[in-house]
Design a protein around this ligand. Structure first.
Ligand SMILES: Nc1ncnc2c1ncn2[C@@H]1O[C@H](COP(=O)(O)OP(=O)(O)O)[C@@H](O)[C@H]1O
Ligand code: SF4
Ligand SMILES: [Mg+2]
Length: 379
């Protein structure tokens, strides 16, 4: 079996905040294989950004306590010396944040920042690095790549700055690329260009990608696997087909509840976002006992829901011919164990609260359409 590019095991992040201890990431485990794209989805505040910042040592020291393992190409990022971590960022792992100004130096030209990024890890002279920098800016779709090299970040629009940050993240052909809502602010044409560029890099270099997004069009378009986060945990993961076509956790079903058919062309280029789930996510300073989703869950019916955290378990049946047993479909919910599990679209085990078109009680319905229409998106 191919070695994963990244192997995260029992990642936990605790922050010291004015409101007390915040358990922001609570035992996250996943792998990213070479060339694979893992999409991480979930509502705002579910710990997605903190979980990836923790990997690269980018959380404030003295405030964050990070435990677990995060092995990138054989080395544990979490126990790495700061000097080694600086070397690894670049050719090992590139990261793109939602806000480009957090990654750009306002007093240096774009060209200088790219050239320095390239020369920090590659043995090339300034002229060659500048040529490569111009090529990269062209590849991310900037209209005047050579002219842009001599401009400062404040002279560019937000979308142009974001493309520069993506070029910097890609300039050393990283083994792992982490994109945190990286294309959210870009228009769909540029977004498609960036996705093509990342896919090219994956094909050439076997780059593994962690792509955080709330945009289901992007998930269906680029992801191989999907990881759904809630309350700092993975509540469901599996192949993009498993999770989008056959979501088994009530939270995932809620997120997909109003999902339009992704096989249909987007209207005016607009791709769907995750649906809104009624209620609000728990504060990491005040996580509920039991299943972290129970206060919002319309199908809770198991005695353990409010007292015992369900483990993330494989729900793929061995006799299911469609199942990828090497890429299991997993969910953390007591209801997946109940007979009739997975039939939320039409019935719920307890008879209360469905996510599909009808609910026997009329209560607890998320959205108006049955989930399970996704997965037909272009790939
Ligand atoms: N530096 C910080 N200090 C205190 N709390 C933080 C800090 N960064 C993030 N948090 C809290 O951690 C939780 C998860 O945040 P985040 O990872 O940004 O969520 P997501 O990316 O899923 O929207 C949120 O409740 C947020 O308020
Ligand atoms: S364990 Fe219970 S509360 Fe949690 S998602 Fe499953 S049914 Fe809902
Ligand atoms: Mg975030």
């Amino acid at each position: 079996m191919t070695e994963p590019v990244l192997e995260v095991e029992d990642l936990r992040v605790r922050l010291r905040t004015p409101r007390g201890r915040a358990d922001v990431v609570n035992g996250l485990s996943y792998t990213v294989a070479p060339g694979e794209t893992v999409a991480v989805v979930g509502e705002s505040g579910s710990g997605k950004s903190v979980s990836v910042l923790a990997l690269l040592g980018l959380l404030p020291r003295g405030i964050a306590t990070v435990t677990g393992r995060a092995v990138l190409q054989g080395e544990d990022l979490l126990t790495m010396k700061p000097e080694r971590l600086r070397q690894v960022r670049g050719p090992g792992a590139g990261m793109v944040f939602q806000d480009p100004m957090t990654s750009l130096n306002p007093v240096l030209t774009i060209g200088r920042q790219l050239v320095e990024g390239i020369r920090a890890h590659q043995d090339v002279d300034k002229a060659a690095a500048r040529r490569r920098a111009g090529e990269l800016l062209a590849e991310v779709g900037l209209p005047d790549p050579v002219g842009t090299l001599d401009r400062y970040p404040h002279e560019l629009s937000g979308g142009m700055r974001q493309r520069v940050v993506i070029a910097i993240a890609l300039c050393n052909s990283p083994a792992l690329l982490i994109a945190d809502e990286a294309t959210t602010a870009l228009d769909v044409t540029v977004q498609a260009q960036i996705i093509d560029l990342v896919e090219k890099l994956q094909a050439e270099r076997g780059t593994g990608v962690v792509w955080i997004t709330h945009d289901l069009g992007v998930v269906a378009g680029i992801a191989d696997r999907v990881l759904v986060m809630y309350g700092g945990r993975c509540v469901e993961d599996g192949t993009v087909d498993d999770v989008l076509e056959n979501p088994r956790h009530p939270y995932t079903r809620g997120l997909l509840g109003a999902l339009p058919d992704l096989a249909q062309p987007a209207v005016d280029g607009v791709v769907p976002d995750l649906a809104t789930v009624p209620g609000t996510p728990p504060a990491p300073t005040d996580l509920p006992a039991g299943c972290v989703f129970w206060p919002r869950c319309p199908v809770r019916g198991d005695a353990r829901c409010e007292t015992e955290q369900p483990p993330l378990v494989q729900i793929t049946r061995a006799d299911d011919g469609r199942a990828r047993l090497d890429l299991p479909h997993r969910a953390a919910t007591w209801c997946a164990e109940a007979p009739g599990a997975g039939t939320f679209g039409t019935e719920s085990p307890s008879g209360a609260g469905t996510f599909g078109t009808e609910s026997p009680s009329g209560a607890g319905t998320f959205g108006t359409e049955s989930p399970g229409r996704a997965g037909g998106g272009a790939r």
